[in-house]
Ligand binder design. Structure first.
Ligand SMILES: NC(=O)c1ccc[n+]([C@@H]2O[C@H](COP(=O)([O-])OP(=O)(O)OC[C@H]3O[C@@H](n4cnc5c(N)ncnc54)[C@H](O)[C@@H]3O)[C@@H](O)[C@H]2O)c1
Ligand SMILES: C[N+](C)(C)CCCC=O
Length: 502
């Protein structure tokens, strides 16, 4: 099978002509397309392609393909599945640069970050290839030589629905555990970033998965809703906003389907006065400015202990002003374009609102127009640090999902914990301190699913990732995911006679 070529030389030169839907092992051009939607290149504002959206006919075809592949795949041993997944990981490694470049063109993040995302996707598939061969049940002894055993069985056709901030990585983080456990998958990327998930589908097919094992249907909420309601779908794993997550859960409840929900956050980062200043500042930058600030786990409420505040602010503002913004395909660029014009306007609106509510804009928060004429229509802004923030401000309460750091000050550990936990969300949290006892004590009290001590926003694939409270249900990555993509069967075996009461 030939992989569709989409090489790009520089921003502003790519047109996506290949179909972006994929089932039965191939890219599919929809017959009689009724709805299309433009897809943009954030770096330039150009239209990359018109996306063909799937309706019920196409969703049915994809689910049927997944059902038939499931029959073959679920009967293979874990080791057999592992071999194929390792081959998929090898192909990703060979195509790393292609995938990363196309991710940049469709998402706007810097090439340096896109390469890290592709590496995370590959590592995730390698990790779950290893897990596939270790799936096992339990043996339980019963009286009289009788016994019971448990089997971990796959669920069937699983659906993945992705957000636009990590398009290729999310597709891998969902498909790798699902496939390792013997399921098949229909994946729906965000219609804003539809281009790279289909590259993953081609790669799995080329690696030797049965035709229809991993399929892509393109579309927005209508297509997503068709998937959630489909009677042949066993589970939905969703990454996106809290309001959509609630709808997904509601739709899945109709069919009593399992859900994994990876939702939004408004995570706190606590910096104590005994922290190493350099590391605390680097941590705060990593917690706020990766992917133009469009990261679910970002630590956007930066609480700094009063005595350290002046030196922290001076250093964090200095380093934020130094961030090189521009063409995301250039090696020197550290911050690319936000994902869309409406999203950029929304983020700039939050900065304006913060100003009105009394926050001090210490740097950034303005639209940015690069000198290169081809980038003038792109969606850029300068990364922003807001000082004098208070807990009641909109910028401190709501997920902005852009490069905007809100800095707050605190006096005591107890006060910082109370304020940090005062949120309906609980995806992540961080603490910087050189006091090891304080670090663990604080983390014990933080109401968040993913906590970092003296670092922020690292997500090794062998470590579970996910949220408390309204930030989600279930986990991605790590061993625990096996529980989310399998169901347990218990088998009782009688070795004696039936002891009947009748
Ligand atoms: N916790 C995590 O792991 C994680 C990771 C990345 C992003 N996010 C969150 O995602 C959000 C940003 O992403 P977004 O704007 O793409 O989110 P979104 O909720 O708008 O959309 C996410 C996906 O859901 C689909 N969708 C929308 N309505 C639907 C419906 N009614 N039925 C089925 N599918 C539907 C969209 O087409 C898209 O594919 C942020 O809140 C961010 O925090 C969370
Ligand atoms: C930035 N990380 C560390 C890759 C986390 C991505 C998870 C979701 O946005």
């Amino acid at each position: 099978m030939r992989l569709a070529a989409l090489r790009c030389a520089s921003s502003g030169t790519v047109d996506v002509k290949v179909p972006l839907n994929f089932w039965c092992g191939d890219r599919v051009k929809i017959k009689d397309v009724s709805t299309t939607e433009p897809v943009y290149e954030p770096a330039t504002g150009r239209v990359l392609c018109e996306l063909e959206l799937c309706g019920s006919l196409e969703v049915n075809q994809a689910v049927q393909a997944a059902q038939s592949a499931y029959q073959a795949w679920s009967r293979m041993s874990g080791m057999e599945r592992a071999h194929i997944m390792i081959e998929a990981a090898r192909i990703i490694e060979n195509r790393r640069e292609d995938i990363a470049e196309i991710e940049v063109v469709n998402n706007g993040k810097s090439i340096t970050e896109a390469r890290m995302d592709v590496d995370s996707a590959r590592l995730c598939i390698e990790y779950y290839a290893g897990v596939a061969s270790t799936l096992a049940g339990q043996h339980i002894q019963l009286p009289g030589g009788s016994f019971a055993y448990t089997r971990r069985e796959p669920l069937g056709v699983c659906v993945g629905i992705g957000a636009w901030n990590y398009p290729f990585q999310i597709a891998a983080w969902k498909s790798a555990p699902a496939l390792a456990c013997g399921n098949s998958m229909v994946f729906k990327p965000s219609p804003v970033t539809p281009v790279t998930a289909v590259m993953l589908a081609e790669i799995y097919a080329k690696a030797g998965t049965p035709e229809g094992l991993f399929n892509i249907v393109q579309g927005g909420q209508e297509t997503g809703s068709l998937l959630c309601h489909h009677p042949d779908v066993a589970k939905v794993s969703f990454t996106g906003s809290v309001p959509t997550g609630k709808k997904i859960m509601e739709m899945c409840s109709k069919g009593v389907k399992q859900v994994t929900l990876e939702l939004g956050g408004k995570s706190p980062l606590l910096i104590f006065e005994d922290s190493d200043l350099g590391n605390a500042v680097k941590g705060a930058l990593m917690a706020n400015f990766l992917s133009q600030g469009q990261v679910c786990s970002n630590g956007t409420r930066v609480f700094v202990q009063r005595q350290m505040l002046p030196e922290f602010l001076e250093e964090v503002v200095r380093r934020t002003k130094d961030i090189e913004i521009g063409d995301p395909l250039l090696e020197s660029t550290r911050m690319g374009a936000l994902v869309s014009r409406p999203h950029l306007d929304r983020v700039l609106g939050y900065v304006e609102q913060a100003r009105k509510e009394g926050a001090k804009v210490l740097c950034g928060g303005e639209p940015f127009v690069p000198l290169d004429p081809k980038l003038r229509g792109g969606y850029y802004m300068t990364p922003c640090v807001l000082g004098d923030c208070t807990d009641d401000m909109t910028c401190v309460k709501e997920e902005i999902f852009g490069p905007v750091m809100s800095v707050l000050s605190f006096e005591t550990e107890e006060e910082a914990l109370l304020r940090a936990n005062n949120s309906a969300l609980g995806l992540a949290a961080g603490v910087f301190t050189s006091d090891v006892k304080r670090a663990h004590r604080v983390v014990e009290h933080l109401k968040a699913g993913s906590c970092f001590i003296n670092n922020y926003n690292i997500t090794p694939v062998e470590v579970p990732f996910g949220g408390f409270k309204m930030s989600g249900i279930g986990r991605e990555n790590g061993q625990v995911t096996v529980e989310h993509y399998t169901q347990m069967k218990t088998v009782f075996v009688e070795m004696g006679d039936v002891d009947s009461l009748f």
